[in-house]
Design a protein around this ligand. Sequence first.
Ligand code: HEC
Ligand code: HEC
Ligand code: HEC
Ligand code: HEC
Length: 221
Amino acid sequence: MNRRFPTLITLIAATGLIVAVSVQAGILGSSHDLQAELGIDEVCVVCHAPHNAVDPVAHGLDYAPLWNHEAGSTVYTLYASSTLDHTPGQPDGSTKLCLSCHDGSVAVDNYGGTTSGTIYADDAMFDGAPGTSIGGARDFGTSLDNDHPISFLYDAVAAIDPEILPSSSATPVGGTIATRMLVDGKVQCSSCHDVHDVDGNPHLLIITNEGSELCLACHAK
Ligand code: HEC
Ligand code: HEC
Ligand code: HEC
Ligand code: HEC
């Protein structure tokens, strides 16, 4: 047996250098840290600017937190289902910010007034080759008809559907559905994802989906 191996283990145990699991948390090093891919040395600037941010009205945005990225004008096909309790409408709020990159209509490097970018969200330079991501979902295109419904008022559905938990219910990561998962009372991409990856969960999820606990936070199933 190689004697150096146990010696190393003993050394690590003695100095307490082993950390059980190291989870990357926060935007630095996350999927949305695009510094390396775009060859820049700032993180936030791709999406936000402290000054001269985009004019929300001119960009058709109803929510633009010092937004510094071009927005698209895509009209989407929407999720439809005979058991839905709401009538889906076009995406709004923060979801439009996500889709500016994730519908593939606006280049990721179209920020800070640049409109001639050439790098798109399904580009091979990002982790995973185009089309190999789960469900090919990095670039949604114009169809949201096979995606979880977004941009609708949660309470209006919870009021008539007993299998949708009240928005005052606690979530596994603290707070209530209303405070932690809804944006202005609506289900949006940010109900399930944290764009800044503060918690370091896979796929930028706000709650890991182990045992489907993300789904069970809202669905009484
Ligand atoms: C890839 C795009 C992207 C990057 C990069 C990014 N953000 Fe955001 N940020 C968003 C989006 C989208 C929203 C609105 C949706 C939401 O809150 O989930 C947002 C919202 C915010 C908000 C307002 C809501 C809140 O969470 O408090 C703040 C503040 C913010 N970002 C700060 C930052 C800072 C600081 C950085 C850099 C360290 C950064 N963001 C990097 C996309 C980004
Ligand atoms: C500035 C463009 C841009 C915006 C705005 C943006 N994203 Fe992304 N996002 C990307 C790119 C590019 C990637 C792929 C990065 C990589 O894999 O290296 C990505 C990756 C992701 C991933 C995959 C993470 C993983 O590890 O599987 C998720 C989930 C995601 N984004 C959700 C969102 C959500 C939700 C919003 C809005 C709240 C948003 N994005 C806004 C550009 C953007
Ligand atoms: C109801 C919860 C929920 C909502 C709402 C939601 N997602 Fe996701 N998303 C997930 C889960 C869970 C995953 C992890 C992979 C999977 O199960 O498909 C995921 C995965 C992703 C990925 C990674 C796909 C890949 O193959 O790498 C992207 C990008 C993404 N979502 C973007 C978005 C955007 C943009 C929106 C809004 C238009 C959105 N999501 C709305 C739950 C959600
Ligand atoms: C933030 C709360 C929330 C989370 C998290 C969430 N959902 Fe939903 N989901 C809803 C609401 C509310 C509806 C109902 C919309 C309606 O009926 O009008 C819905 C609708 C659905 C539908 C469509 C039902 C139909 O009648 O066609 C399915 C299926 C579904 N969700 C599955 C999931 C899965 C799987 C997950 C986890 C990956 C998940 N949901 C996470 C709130 C949520």
